[in-house]
Design a protein around this ligand. Structure first.
Ligand code: PMP
Length: 461
């Protein structure tokens, strides 16, 4: 199965390690690994020699031996690890008051006001939750309640979260359509490099891929479910980081709305300045009916949000009860508000756009030296580097890709892999990444690729 790694697990897990024998025999911290495997469930760890982190600062992470790593992977610590403004906001609020959410509190209201002011007109109401999963779960529930329909359209190879319902939407975990519920139809994502319609040989790519969404809504109608929602991650992280054709979302949204469904933009990955705009969907000139947010919103503190129109929110509230003990508590709201303030004050959207352009240009230059790089793509500071055995056949170079995060980690730089075939290097650093950081990433990647393609990591890699 192409969606599986060399151990037969979903490539999504990024060549994750689960058993003691899967780690390097000389891995440091073997004792801690063993204790964790014994008592911590679902202990997925990165790297043959897992990193034992004890401190973070900006784009840097430090391990228990005092070694530092350039973080080019983590979008949770969005404004940088342990940003002082966020730490202060969190600790001051934690020292004053934290409660559940059935009391009045200024901060959560201010946070909702600020956040909705950064959304397109009409997306005016926030519901606070604690994770991306909860946000997507609630979004689907809202869509079903408001439309009176049940079906959902998602992408093949998507990840949307882990609750029972949202796990079903995470088609990357269920590659066999026979394992999926009847109310779900998955369509091919707009991968114009290796999908069914390709930029080197087809035209009207946006319309062709969007047509698949229309076909999916027809299938849901035939099955008697109708279409409640179309959910899509606007950066297509698990599909190898894709840039959709410019008109794709506009056309797909038209098809979904014609079928009576709502359009949900899963901005858990794309959201918050990373792509060079506040929200990923802005690149495509569309306004979703529901936006879901998570990962980066609290700079590491769990914050999830569903943003929708007043009309949809009121319709849902009139028909259903939703209560979330921790969502929007004063401490989480203080963290979220501080993150938005930092993003705005330091103009991180522009910064991601500018540094992302520098990084992308440098990655494209690497293509000249490394024929194994077949494609470089992405928006702002969310970039994918697709590795192939041969640029003509585009055969995924999955075995090579799998070795790169470990070799980079040895060289002091953290990146990941993604994509259906596990052959796409995932570069997604904190938003405060600089051009100098990008240069360090590039020189390290250059050295590692040279070493691995020559059969050695080189003396200083
Ligand atoms: N949507 C997307 C696009 C994601 O990448 C993730 C997490 N990787 C989620 C939703 C789920 O978020 P969480 O892990 O916070 O539940």
């Amino acid at each position: 199965m192409p969606t599986e790694d060399h151990r037969g697990r979903p490539a999504l897990l990024g060549a994750a390690h689960l058993g003691l024998d899967e780690f390097r025999a000389d891995a440091a911290n073997r004792d801690l690994i063993e204790r964790r495997l014994k008592h911590v469930g679902n202990s997925v760890l990165f790297y043959d020699d897992p990193v034992h982190l004890v401190r973070g600062e900006g784009v840097w992470l430090f391990d228990s031996d005092g070694r530092r790593y350039l973080d080019c992977y983590n979008n949770v610590a969005s404004v940088g690890h342990c940003h002082p403004d966020v730490v202060t906001a969190l600790s001051e609020q934690a020292g004053r008051l934290n409660t559940h959410t059935r009391y009045l509190h200024e901060t959560v209201v201010e946070y909702a006001e600020k956040l909705t002011s950064l959304m397109p007109d009409g997306l005016d109401v926030c519901t606070f939750v604690c994770s991306g999963t909860e946000a997507n779960d609630l979004a689907l529930r809202i869509a079903r309640t408001v439309t009176g329909r049940h079906g959902a359209v998602v992408m093949e190879g998507a990840y949307h979260g882990n609750s029972t319902v949202v796990d079903a939407l995470s088609t990357v975990l269920h590659p066999d359509p026979a394992d999926r519920p009847d109310w779900l139809v998955a369509v091919e994502p707009p991968n114009t490099y290796r999908g069914p319609f390709r930029r080197d040989r087809d035209d009207n790519l946006g319309a062709r891929y969007a047509r698949l969404v229309a076909d999916a809504t027809a299938v849901l109608d035939e099955r008697g479910h109708g279409t409640a929602a179309f959910m899509c991650d606007t950066v297509f992280d698990t599909q190898g980081t894709l840039e959709a054709p410019a008109d794709y979302f506009r056309l797909a949204y038209e098809h979904v709305r014609a079928a009576g469904g709502l359009c949900i933009a899963d901005e858990v990955q794309a959201g918050l300045a990373r792509t060079g705009r506040w929200w990923g969907f802005e690149h495509y000139g569309v306004t979703p009916d529901i936006v879901t947010l998570g990962k980066p919103m609290g700079d590491g503190h769990p914050v999830g949000i569903v943003v929708t129109t007043r009309e949809i929110a009121q319709e849902f509230a009139s028909r259903a009860v939703y209560f979330n003990t921790f969502g929007g508590n004063p401490v989480s709201a203080a963290a979220g508000r501080a993150v938005l303030e930092v993003c705005e004050r330091d103009d991180l959207t522009s910064r991601c756009r500018e540094v992302g352009a520098v990084l992308r240009a440098r990655l494209e230059q690497l293509m000249e030296r490394h024929p194994v790089i077949g494609d470089v793509r992405g928006l702002g500071l969310f970039l994918g580097v697709e590795l192939v055995e041969d640029r003509g056949t585009r055969t995924p170079a999955a075995a090579l890709a799998r070795r790169i995060p470990d070799a980079m980690r040895e060289a002091g730089v953290l990146i990941g892999i993604t994509g259906r075939y596990g052959n796409v290097l995932k570069i997604r650093p904190p938003l405060v990444f600089t051009a100098a950081d990008a240069e360090l990433l590039i020189t390290t990647l250059d050295r590692v690729l040279t070493g691995l393609t020559a059969g050695t990591t080189g003396p200083d890699a």
